[in-house]
Design a protein around this ligand. Structure first.
Ligand code: NAD
Length: 281
């Protein structure tokens, strides 16, 4: 079997075109959506991610302001900036790019972002609301995965889904999203003993580990849907996912490429969250 590609690049373009129409209408009503992005210290990978977010906002017509803080910024200084943005009526969404330098407690910073402007969905209020099924800002990567499955008419209800990775930004919200659509979900992580066996029984495999080619073809059930969240830079500079694409695509029914799969969907969902925040103001 050769898998059908879940084309996140193409789909995200379509989503952004629709969002642009929505933003044009909001502007006619005097609403100008704006995202503030904070980055602390120099990090080349973060700089690329921020650039992608900025480009996506510009395409859709969303104002974008970047706050590039030096490495030695204190936690209190960062909190002070977030508090200022919380009460700034021109700002609809606030995003703190991770990682931040070690001397800053990122959770305290996430907790300071107003839940109404928390377009990344990392604040405990949004995480809690996701868990109990209330409307909220959903972390952009799991949200993008769910949108992709929906757009390709892949119904997850009653299916067995295995998420590999239990981070707060991907693995755990991914579990909640799948559960809310009636999948039977298992989370695997670094201490899971029989990982290969668990993964090989899944109808849907979602890899969010951060290890190149970790998921091999022999772990994939025939016809499974394979979603690769991983973004790993190899020594030759090329990007690769957590899934061995060549092998897995021989077994899967659908698979996401890296790049061009989950990454662009994550950015599109961020833009969608900013539009939502602007509409709810
Ligand atoms: P993380 O480092 O916070 O979490 C990694 C998870 O993998 C942990 O929960 C850990 O338990 C698990 N893990 C590590 N080794 C394992 C092993 N041997 N067996 C089973 N589980 C293991 O990472 P993260 O922030 O969740 O990101 C994961 C990957 O997804 C990274 O490559 C990251 O770059 C990528 N990512 C991509 C997007 C996107 O938009 N595509 C967004 C966020 C993260």
């Amino acid at each position: 079997m050769s898998a059908e590609i879940l084309d996140g690049k193409e789909l995200s373009k379509k989503i952004k075109e629709n969002l642009k129409n929505e933003v044009d209408k909001l502007k006619e009503q005097g609403i100008n959506p704006k995202l503030a992005v904070i980055m602390v210290g120099d990090n080349s990978a973060s700089a690329v991610y921020v650039k992608n977010k900025s480009n996506a906002c510009k395409k859709v017509g969303i104002d974008f302001e970047e706050f590039l803080l030096p490495e030695e910024t204190t936690e209190d200084e960062l909190i002070e900036l977030i508090e200022k943005l919380n009460v700034d009526n021109t700002v609809d969404g606030i995003l703190l790019q991770s990682p931040v330098p070690n001397h800053i407690n990122i959770n305290r910073a996430f907790e300071t972002i107003s839940p109404k402007k928390d377009v990344d969905g990392f604040n405990a209020v949004n995480v809690g609301n996701l868990t109990i099924g209330r409307d909220c800002f959903v972390s952009c990567t799991p949200y993008g995965v769910m949108r992709m499955l929906e757009e390709y008419n892949i119904d997850v209800a009653g299916k067995t889904a295995v998420v590999i990775g239990r981070s707060n930004i991907v693995g755990k919200p991914m579990l909640q999203c799948l559960l809310s659509k009636d999948a039977t979900v298992t989370i695997c992580h670094s201490k899971t003993k029989n990982l290969e066996e668990v993964v090989s029984k899944a109808d849907i495999v979602i890899a969010a580990i951060g290890k190149p080619n970790f998921v091999t073809g022999n772990m994939i059930k025939d016809g499974a849907v394979v979603i690769d969240v991983g973004i790993n830079r190899l020594e030759d500079g090329k990007l690769c996912g957590d899934v061995n694409f060549e092998e897995a695509s021989q077994k899967a029914s659908y698979i996401t490429p890296v790049p061009g799969g989950v990454g662009p969907m994550t950015v599109a969902m961020l833009v969608e969250n900013v539009v939502k925040a602007a509409k709810q103001k």
